[in-house]
Design a protein around this ligand. Structure first.
Ligand code: SF4
Ligand code: SF4
Length: 151
């Protein structure tokens, strides 16, 4: 009898609706309003790679030692260099980083002896083509430039 009355008076349906309406208060809304509001990422988040340059001279900090490429389990970093005949030092000529294959483990930045390679907190890594996922030295030095929408 009790079950019958519950069914007739739609008790379970009303209980369900009450739960739904109780959650309509703005403090229960968890949807992030991206891109109008940019989410805060964790301090130790590892995102877009950056090849650091000296802030005053603008020269790359990379000494083309290739340790990052050797440390990478995905073999996605290619460091190109040539030898300076006068100083006998390696000079970086290009640096490519395939972000589509990267798992952001951070082994490459850990291996870098001069903190030239860094995984930043930039998370916007979308690209339209597979080639667009391969960042060259210039892109790595400039960093990603995602569109900032204004509402
Ligand atoms: S974060 Fe990991 S997978 Fe990505 S380039 Fe560095 S070592 Fe390779
Ligand atoms: S480990 Fe650092 S210094 Fe060496 S090639 Fe990679 S980014 Fe350059």
């Amino acid at each position: 009898m009790r079950q019958f009355l519950r069914t007739v008076f739609l008790v379970d349906l009303l209980k369900g609706l009450w739960v739904t309406f109780r959650s309509q208060h703005p403090k229960y809304i968890y949807t992030e309003q991206y891109p109008a509001q940019r989410p805060k990422v964790a301090e130790r988040y590892r995102g877009a790679p950056r090849l650091n340059i000296h802030p005053e001279t603008g020269e790359t900090l990379c000494i083309a030692c290739n340790l990052c490429a050797l440390a990478c389990p995905e073999n996605l970093i290619v460091v190109s260099w040539e030898r300076d005949e006068q100083t006998k030092r390696k000079v970086l000529t290009n640096f490519t980083y395939d972000t589509s294959r990267c798992m952001f483990c951070g082994l490459c930045e850990d291996a870098c002896p001069v903190d030239a390679l860094e995984l930043t907190q930039d998370f916007e890594l979308a690209f339209y083509t597979r080639e667009g996922a391969i960042w060259d030295r210039q892109m790595l030095e400039e960093g990603p430039r995602p569109t900032r929408y204004k509402f």
